[in-house]
Write a protein that binds this ligand. Structure first.
Ligand SMILES: [Zn+2]
Length: 146
């Protein structure tokens, strides 16, 4: 067998290395026996314990996804250009307010400003429509008179 100290190949039966004198041990005694532990018992949930499919507890701080708030900016510009300039400008101011409140995380305020902008723009659209019809009637009357 080989000496663990110097690596000299000694006779199988010798107890000491003939090269360096180190004690030789039979191979079975070199490795300490590995203690065998019994396998751990399988883990079952204790009776009455919370089942695995229980929903996770409510966590504050998880962001709630809210539906988007329309700001009616496009409609406000269209009303300003084609229907009613003062109401359209008020609509543009309200539409900008929606964006400002959304940026400030004021969802309720943004929703209120959005509704306000929508009603103002409907008034602007309606008045523009009425004025346009009256204007068209006047033009028609003028043409008919001449
Ligand atoms: Zn040796």
């Amino acid at each position: 067998m080989f000496c663990p100290q110097c690596g000299f190949n000694n006779d199988q039966q010798s107890r000491h290395c003939s090269q360096c004198g180190a004690a030789l041990q039979p191979p079975a005694a070199i490795q300490p026996p590995v203690p065998q532990y019994p396998a751990p018992p399988p883990q079952y949930p204790a009776p009455g314990a919370q089942p695995y499919y229980a929903p996770p507890p409510f966590q504050p701080g998880v962001p709630v996804i809210l539906p988007p708030v329309p700001n009616y900016m496009t409609q406000a510009v269209l009303v300003t250009l084609f229907c009613c300039l003062p109401l359209g400008i008020v609509g543009i101011i309200r539409a900008g307010d929606v964006n400002k409140r959304l940026a400030a995380n004021d969802y309720a305020g943004a929703l209120a400003a959005s509704k306000s902008a929508r009603s103002i723009l409907w008034w602007g659209f309606g008045s523009g429509l009425v004025i346009g019809i009256i204007y068209a009637l006047v033009q028609f009357a003028n043409v008919a008179n001449h």
